[in-house]
Design a protein around this ligand. Sequence first.
Ligand code: ATP
Length: 410
Amino acid sequence: MTILTSELEKHFTMELVSLLRAAGDLAWARGWNLYLVGGAVRDLFLARPNLDLDLVLEGDAIALARKLAENRGGEVVAHPRFGTAKFRQQRISLDLATARSESYARPGALPVVSPGTIGEDLLRRDFSVNALAVHLDPIHFGALLDPYGGRDDLERGLIRVLHEKSFSDDPTRILRALRYEQRLGFHLEQNTEQLMRRDAAVMDEVSGERLWHELELILKEECPERVLSRADELGVLQNIHPSLRGNGWVRNRFEQARKAAKPSPALYLALLAYRLSEEENEDLLARLRIRGEIAKVMCQTIKLKQVASDLTTPRLAPSAIYHLVQRYSPESILATALASDSRLVRQRLKLYLTELRHIRPALSGDDLQSMGISPGKKLGQVLCALLDARLDGKVQTREQEEDLARRLLG
Ligand code: ATP
């Protein structure tokens, strides 16, 4: 039996190990077994930091979380519908869940869940490397539970499903597999890859919300383009939406995006949207049920691309650039600046983002009123003219602005 006590002590802080022991003891006193499971165990072997710890209990997870908070301090948010609880104590966050078994009525549907053993709980998991558990009870503390050869797969760098129906039960696992593969620098195990190719079409059955959740997780990875590229190569991307691509263009632009700014899912999606028609984009938004700010940025990127040809006019004044793009969000402007084939468009959009958008006249509306202009249309026009003069370098000081304002008022 593999005992991981010293690995746990090396990998986690003393406080955390002591809390895990306390939780294991409290569970044991009630006749329940507690385990550390999933990503935290995988990352323990890979020596990668992981602060989201998942605990599985053969017993009442909410009751245990509350008892732990009572004994050791901390806060609990319980989700009675799911039998889960989040325990928080300063920087520590533990997700506690009651062990469960799952069955799928049809491909892509949500599973039917019932309480189960740790063995059943591991069997419902996505990949062998995520189906590892460590005993936390006082008798077996640190003992590894590895029913599917997860540790061997970690050593060989393989992502392997636990059974033949894994992807058809839950096609979102296809995206998860590619995300882990690229994040960890692993490979799909041969049979897993065949099953993926076989079942990729079942992605059609999955709700937009679930696909979007997985896509968003991909876009939060360090190098999302690698996952998209692999998904394209395996025919997976087309099953999410026929307009999606993970080609060289996408790889290049995503890399550029990271050099230019702190990337966000919105910026990456704006880059993906750049090459779509308005109809394709609408269709993609509807399929993945993307709404709100991100949807807005994607739509704006397509609109901005359409007006971007105006930005190629020779000798365009900075104020003209400003008024052409000012109504678009910074992400859609940055996406267009990264994506456009025209050097002039790229330069002018960067000029807007780095300089023009921050420029303001020195005089405010109040200043103009104290010069005798009453509030109304005229005041607005003068303010606008002052801004344009600033943008175009025609005025540089407050005095020059005052002169200009007087001249405009005749
Ligand atoms: P990450 O580092 O990406 O957060 P994680 O392994 O902690 O990795 P979560 O998405 O937090 O991933 O999921 C926790 C665990 O739940 C996983 O390790 C896996 O065992 C299981 N899991 C999550 N989603 C699925 C799924 N769709 N099918 C089966 N098991 C899943």
